[in-house]
Each structure stands twice: as structure tokens, then as C-alpha cells.
Design a protein around this ligand. Structure first.
Ligand SMILES: Nc1nc2c(c(=O)[nH]1)N[C@H]1C(S)=C(S)[C@@H](COP(=O)(O)O)O[C@H]1N2
Ligand SMILES: [Mo]
Length: 339
């Protein structure tokens, strides 16, 4: 989601596919005269991160963050969906606090500290709540849910999250009648997050990253706070120790490493809307009929098994396939105006 304010590259952001990055690197290496029949070690590592060799072995970067197994109730969410391999969920990420490249987050976040953690629920509530790291994993019943994930850049994954209902947490906080919106905030810690130290590394975002939902969206049963995936606690690159998952919205709504949930009366500002308001709206519902100003949202590249070259295009579904559960939230609303 690079905004081309600095003329760093003439590529549109969704053209920055792993394939084009890979080719670009090959070109550079070629010019330096070091492309041989076998790739140099460093670019082999990059190629592996992108699954170019089609092997789904788990990457183990130096000092890899340790994930712990979680016990969660099985559910029928996502039954029949093809899974995106775990190594791709762990290595192809957007988390600009750790850099704007797809493999920057895994490379730059393995020392990230998630325990102790503090998640505060404040604002228009009768009962403000502070959750510790242990509370996140133990206070609410955890469920396994396989959800579709659609990035606004027109790629998608199917990810088996472990998490709990955001509604369960909000009910404990007991919202006041005047509460209409929920604002979320990511940790601000430039010592740990190189993208917050440097505009260049962090893509020009004014940190901390902030997001928001309408209260009824936040209370929808599909909306979860995720604390894990593939049966284990989250890795830093996926937003450890706790991140939002709203499966019918574009991925940028799924704010990572959340420290604050604040209930309020007015619509809160959101990071991508602040950066480019004509391109990224507050609602950001997945909608194949409403194109991004710079590209079509009618189809998407599904990241599954195999190589990036063999990844298939598939049609984008209204509300990312969750219309039965959420279309009623928007009845009577102009979805083109409220993008
Ligand atoms: N704090 C923060 N949250 C974030 C982002 C980010 O850059 N910073 N990127 C978003 C985008 S654009 C997407 S697509 C998803 C990616 O989640 P994943 O890397 O776990 O698949 O995280 C979202 N949450
Ligand atoms: Mo995204």
C-alpha cells in the first residue's frame, strides 16, 4: 500500500508482487554478474520466503520468535476452504512498523517482546478493562476459525486463526448507550519498531497505526481478536500478541499488536484513510463492484500451495464471502460512497 509520494519507484503497489520483486533482484544480480545456475545463498533465502521452490518447509530465521501451542475449540468456520500454507502466512506480510517489503516483518520482528503486554478497553464504557498477556490467552474461550483474508492489494489467503469474540470483551466492558464507534491502536515503540523510527522504513505513516469499526460491526459474531494461528500463538509479523480480524473487510482493518480499544461517539480516524482518503475509506468492505482508483477489485490472487507463479486468480466475493452474515449491517447504505 505504498503511496507514491516519494518517487522511489514507478510501480503501483499491487504490482509489487513477489514475482516482480524477485525478477527485479535477479536483474540487479545479473547486472552485477553474479547470477549463476544456482542462486546465491542470500537470494535463495528470499526465494524460499516467497515459496518459489514450492516447498512449504517452515522458515526459521535467526533467533526465531518462539510460538506456543494453544488449546481452542474446533468450529465449522471455513469448512471446505483450501488453507494457505503456514510458511506463507508467516513470511508474506504487511506490517509497516517493521518495513514495507512483504518479507521485512518476519526479518525484522523476531525479537519483539509480547509479554508483558497491556490491552486497555476505555472510553464510553461502564467498566474499563485492562488485559494482561495471560488474560489475552485465558480469560475468553478460544476458538479455531478458518477465515478468508483479502488484502486491498488484490491478493488473498485462507488463514486458520485462534481467537475470541470481540463482542465477549466489549460486553464485559459494558458500553454506554452513547457509544457508537470503537477505535483501536497499535503499540507505539520506536525502539522495537524500525518503521516508527524512520519515515523511509515505515512507509510515511504517522504512527501509531489506528483503526476503527462501528460498534455494531465490532459486536458482529464474525469479528474476533486473534491471539494465534495454525494452533499456536501469533508470531510478531502477524500482530502478536493480539490483533483484530474482520473477515469481510480489507486486510488493513485488521490492526496488529493492539494496546488500546476505545469506545466513542464519533467516527475515529483510521491510518490508511489519513494517508490517502480517496483510496482507503473507513468502511473498507470487500466489494468486487467498487474498484480501487488504481486497480480492479473484481478478482484476486489466491496464495495457496505451490509457487507464486502457479498462484491462481479467483473472483472476489461480495463482503469476501460473508454477505449472509453481514450484508444487513449496511442495508440502505450507498457502498460506493461509503467505500
Ligand atoms: N499495525 C499494523 N497493522 C496492520 C498493518 C500494518 O502495517 N500495521 N497492515 C495491515 C494489512 S494491509 C494487512 S493485509 C494485514 C496483513 O496481516 P497478515 O500479515 O497477518 O496476513 O495486516 C493489517 N494490519
Ligand atoms: Mo492489506
Amino acid at each position: 500500500m505504498l503511496i507514491r509520494r516519494k518517487k522511489q519507484s514507478d510501480l503501483k503497489e499491487n504490482e509489487l508482487t513477489p514475482e516482480s520483486i524477485y525478477r527485479e533482484r535477479r536483474e540487479i544480480l545479473k547486472k552485477l554478474g553474479i547470477v549463476t545456475a544456482t542462486l546465491p545463498i542470500a537470494s535463495q533465502a528470499n526465494a524460499n520466503l516467497f515459496g518459489l521452490f514450492g516447498d512449504d518447509k517452515k522458515e526459521e530465521p535467526a533467533a526465531a520468535f518462539v510460538r506456543n501451542p494453544l488449546v481452542a475449540a474446533k468450529t465449522s468456520y471455513g469448512d471446505g476452504l483450501e488453507l494457505t500454507p503456514e510458511n506463507k502466512v508467516l513470511t508474506y506480510n504487511n506490517f509497516y512498523e517493521f518495513g514495507t517489503g512483504k518479507n521485512d516483518p518476519v526479518e525484522n520482528s523476531q525479537g519483539f517482546k509480547v509479554d508483558p503486554w497491556k490491552l486497555e478497553v476505555t472510553g464510553l464504557v461502564n467498566n474499563p478493562i485492562t488485559l494482561s498477556y495471560d488474560d489475552l490467552l485465558k480469560r475468553f474461550p478460544l476458538e479455531d476459525r478458518l477465515y478468508r483474508m483479502r488484502c486491498v492489494e488484490a491478493w488473498s489467503m485462507n488463514i486458520p486463526w485462534v481467537g475470541f469474540s470481540l463482542a465477549a470483551l466489549l460486553k464485559q466492558a459494558d458500553p454506554l448507550g452513547s457509544a457508537k464507534y470503537v477505535a483501536f491502536e497499535t503499540l507505539y515503540d520506536p525502539d522495537q519498531m524500525p518503521g516508527q523510527r524512520s519515515q523511509f522504513v515505515g512507509g510515511g505513516i504517522d504512527y501509531p497505526y489506528v483503526e476503527g469499526l462501528r460498534l455494531d460491526e465490532a459486536m458482529n459474531p464474525l469479528t474476533i481478536l486473534s491471539v494465534g494461528l495454525y494452533g499456536q500463538t501469533l508470531a510478531p509479523q502477524n500482530g502478536a500478541p493480539v490483533r483484530l480480524v474482520v473477515p469481510w473487510k480489507y486486510g488493513f482493518k485488521g490492526i496488529k499488536s493492539v494496546v488500546k480499544i476505545h469506545l466513542l461517539e464519533a467516527m475515529p480516524p483510521t491510518t490508511w484513510n489519513l494517508l490517502a482518503r480517496h483510496e482507503y475509506g473507513f468502511y473498507a468492505n470487500v466489494n468486487p463492484q467498487v474498484d480501487h482508483p488504481r486497480w480492479s477489485q473484481g478478482s484476486e490472487r489466491f496464495i495457496g500451495e505451490g509457487t507464486i507463479f502457479s498462484s491462481r486468480r479467483q473472483p472476489t466475493l461480495m463482503f469476501n464471502g460473508y454477505a449472509d452474515e453481514v450484508a444487513s449491517l449496511y442495508s440502505g447504505m450507498d457502498l460506493r460512497a461509503n467505500y
